[in-house]
Design a protein around this ligand. Structure first.
Ligand code: MN
Length: 438
């Protein structure tokens, strides 16, 4: 038990642990560690969170935001502790330009980025939009896969290579911090991808993002691509390699985590996983995974996990939809237990069925859903929270009434329990009440 507790609640999580369990794991930032097989204790032993909720997220159906909403969300993302905030695509519209400029001017903490195609007018517009930022970044992208080059850009490989280098250099003339993305990296010829990345690094790119633009990769493919770049491209070890995964096959977070293990140190993601088509890798899922599984991902990061749920709720209230109820970490049911055996276990010790505390990710409390699968223990516990303390005999009677009700209703709310107990009190005088002691 101690070992499990250590693994799941160790490291920074121990501070957040509402159960009082957990030992602190050695941290890379403070010296040597004991993890076998890998030696990542270098300055890069930190994960940088690049949030693109306001760019990739905002450009997807049902996710448009007003200027004011973008600014409010940007402030919350800064409070959450994201390292880089992609505030928009400056040349896309005057509204995008204005929002990026406002975020650059007003939001402090994260680096502020604008996206730009590898075109002079895009880069000039992006540079203008982020000029007031304390730490500006320009994110240049150009497709590298043959299918994109041939059908979308009508450009040969040689021309693309030249254009990428030229435009990274132009961006570099405005800002020190230039990110370059070979769009559709995962469907690019691996040899050409190495040349493309090498050209961008030589031209001054400090972050190389390798997007799975179409959500096609598997974790093994994606990790292999990062290893290949690190092995074959001169200078790759001096830049930050970045992930950008789409969820078309439901693999965005898995791919992101696989790439971290292969050397990626920046992760591009969005709140609630919003984004083009099936969305981007969900920030809250990556954050929770690397925190809970610190044994596998012994890297520092800057996020305050207790802000995850509030930011998720803020986004849901801003756009036209929220997280699905069964969504990991922030969904309404993420910490809900209905089955009796699970409820009994969680009440005895939350570690039986929970790998992180709801409080640690900002969810106010453990919200048990009572239904026909629930047992006496959960019913007694909820009634106690509501101020009713029952004898064993009274609990039996209440439980029978509860199961009858649960057969008719899909979910039982607190109000139903209060009515149920009050009914018995009035008509059968079977249940005594007194204020709960706790
Ligand atoms: Mn994308």
């Amino acid at each position: 038990m101690q070992r499990i507790t250590n693994l799941l609640y160790g490291g920074p999580f121990a501070k957040l642990n509402a159960y009082g369990a957990g030992l602190t794991l050695p941290s890379c930032a403070h010296g040597a560690h004991g993890f076998s097989g890998e030696s990542h204790c270098m300055p890069q032993d930190r994960i940088y969170f690049f949030d693109t909720t306001l760019r990739d997220g905002e450009q997807s159906p049902g996710c448009s935001m007003t200027h004011h909403e973008k600014l409010a969300l940007a402030n919350s993302l800064a409070d959450l502790g994201v390292d880089i905030l992609e505030a928009g695509f400056a040349i896309a519209s005057d509204g995008d330009f204005a929002a990026i400029s406002a975020v650059a001017q007003e939001v402090r903490g994260p680096k502020i980025a604008s996206l730009a195609r590898a075109r002079q007018e895009d880069i000039e517009r992006a540079a203008k939009a982020v000029e007031k930022a304390a730490r500006p970044r320009i994110h240049v992208f150009l497709a590298s896969s043959d299918i994109h080059l041939q059908y979308k850009l009508k450009m040969g490989r040689g021309e693309a290579l030249e254009q990428a280098a030229k435009m990274v250099a132009l961006a570099k003339s405005y800002v020190d911090d230039v990110e370059f993305s070979p769009e559709d990296s995962t469907r690019t010829d691996p040899e050409f991808l190495c040349q493309f990345v090498g050209a961008a690094i030589s031209a001054g790119a400090t972050t190389i993002n390798l997007p799975d633009t179409v959500g096609y990769a598997t974790p093994e493919d994606y990790a292999g691509m990062f290893r290949n770049i690190l092995e074959k491209v001169p200078g790759a070890e001096r830049v930050i390699l970045s992930t950008h995964c789409h969820d078309d096959l439901g693999l965005a977070v898995a791919n992101t985590l696989a790439a971290i293990r292969a050397g990626a140190r920046q992760v591009e993601c969005t709140i609630n996983g919003i984004g083009e088509r099936a969305g981007n890798a969900a920030l809250e899922e990556i954050a929770a995974a690397i925190r809970v599984r610190v044994d596998v991902f012994p890297y520092e990061n800057n996020l305050k996990l207790e802000k995850l749920y509030p930011v998720s709720q803020q986004l849901a209230g801003t756009i036209s939809f929220g997280a699905a109820p069964n969504k990991a970490v922030v969904g309404a049911n993420a910490f809900a237990h209905e089955a009796g055996i699970h409820q009994h276990g969680v009440l005895s010790n939350p570690l039986t069925y929970e790998i992180m505390t709801p409080v640690s990710v900002g969810v106010p409390a453990n919200r048990m859903v009572l239904g026909k699968h629930s047992g006496r223990t959960a019913l007694r516990s909820r009634l106690q929270e509501l101020g009713y303390r029952l004898s064993a005999e009274d609990l039996d009677i209440a439980y029978r009434a509860f199961t009858e009700l649960a057969d008719r209703k899909k979910a039982i709310y607190d109000q139903d329990l209060i009515n149920l107990v009050a009914h018995h009190q009035r008509h059968e005088d079977l249940i005594s009440t007194e204020p709960a002691v706790n």
